[in-house]
Design a protein around this ligand. Structure first.
Ligand code: AMP
Ligand code: TRP
Length: 333
């Protein structure tokens, strides 16, 4: 059966290895399958839920497009566009915010993490962010949504919103209830400085992540400095489970090379971390450096990147306008 794929990435700079392994690598595989229809959205409306510098935001939108393409997404096969251009997203988000219940939103853990201690000062947008995400997905009758593990709860909310809207208005299957596509293993890549915290754009130390624009020296240095425990490399899976930093580094290797965990553990069992780190650095450089070089090359051609967004906009807007028109009829506007 052909799948309608939709996913979004925020243009907030510093796309990193977690974004790549948790989401973008999967986007590329889905894009390569000719049976799928794929839409990849640069979610700039989501980005402004926290303060952004307007000039940097513009650059980051282009950099996100460049990263998609440098990673292997073919803009001739997949639609790439930015969310703010297609007006139906904001409109559908409002309508769906009248379907979503505050009790549902109150349970969202990402809001609690991002808002921190002073929730009163968080923007209303940050709170209602998952409703906009539901609008993104539902406007295109998406059947499958590839995301990292941190978005699982938001997708469940999206499914609840779709079902409640269909029930409330008695329109069976009007909104397709989408399936999440989350990697089975290592769907959450952790910080290089703390194996219990997710790798993130907003972490202060750049040493905590491998950015997709890092050069070879930076990658090697970051892996060299990555936190490990004082023991030698683990010798079985049970031991690995108890050692978050080792688990993360071996997991990164396994996700990039496709070599299974047992095999990696056997190969490096009892050795010093430095041997493994040398090997991992090489794997990372081989994978990330070509992407990093291509991003830098693409960023010199703003006209090309902008053209991808305008072409994508035209296709996305056509589909979204049709759906929002039907939504208007259903709610009685
Ligand atoms: P964001 O940068 O927050 O827009 O995230 C873009 C995509 O990358 C989403 O599908 C996230 O789930 C995924 N992602 C972000 N950080 C990580 C991480 N540390 N590990 C795995 N996936 C991630
Ligand atoms: N909330 C997602 C994130 O922070 C980004 C996103 C916005 C998204 N809209 C989406 C992901 C729709 C999948 C589908 O990573």
């Amino acid at each position: 059966m052909s799948k309608k794929i939709f996913s979004g990435v925020q243009p907030t700079g510093n796309l990193h290895l977690g974004n790549y392994l948790g989401a973008i690598k999967n986007f590329v595989e889905l894009n390569d399958n000719n049976e799928n229809e794929c839409i990849f959205c640069v979610v700039d409306l989501h980005a402004i839920t926290v303060k952004q510098n307007p000039r940097e935001l513009k650059d980051n939108i282009r950099e996100t497009v460049a990263t998609f393409i440098a990673s292997g997404i073919d803009p001739k096969k997949s639609i790439i566009f930015n969310q703010s251009k297609v007006k139906a997203h904001s409109e559908a988000a409002w309508i769906l915010s009248c379907t979503a219940r505050t009790g549902w939103l109150n349970r969202m853990t990402q809001f609690k993490e991002k808002a921190g201690k002073d929730k009163e000062k968080a923007s209303v947008g940050l709170y209602s962010y998952p409703v906009l995400m539901a609008a993104d997905i539902l406007l295109y009758d998406s059947t499958h949504v590839p995301v990292g593990d941190d978005q699982k709860q938001h997708l469940e909310l999206c499914r609840d919103i779709a079902q409640k809207f269909n029930n409330d208005f008695n329109v069976d299957n009007f909104f397709i209830v989408p399936e999440p596509l989350i990697q089975k293993e290592f769907s959450r890549i952790m910080s290089l400085k703390d194996g219990t915290k997710k790798m993130s754009k907003s972490e202060l130390s750049d040493l905590s992540r491998i950015n997709l624009t890092d050069d070879a020296d930076l990658i090697i240095n970051k892996i060299k400095k990555a936190k490990t425990d004082p023991l030698p490399m683990p010798s079985n899976l049970e031991e690995l489970e108890k050692r978050p930093e080792a688990k993360n580094l071996i997991g990164i290797h396994s996700s990039l090379t496709g070599i299974n965990l047992e095999k990696l553990i056997n190969e490096f069992s009892g050795k010093n971390f430095s041997d493994f780190k040398e090997n991992l650095s090489q794997v990372l450089v081989d994978k990330i450096l070509p992407i990093s070089k291509e991003i830098k090359k693409l960023l010199n051609d703003k006209t090309f990147l902008d053209k991808i967004l305008t072409d994508g906009y035209e296709k996305a807007d056509k589909a979204a306008s049709k759906k929002i028109k039907k939504i208007h009829e259903i709610v009685g506007f």
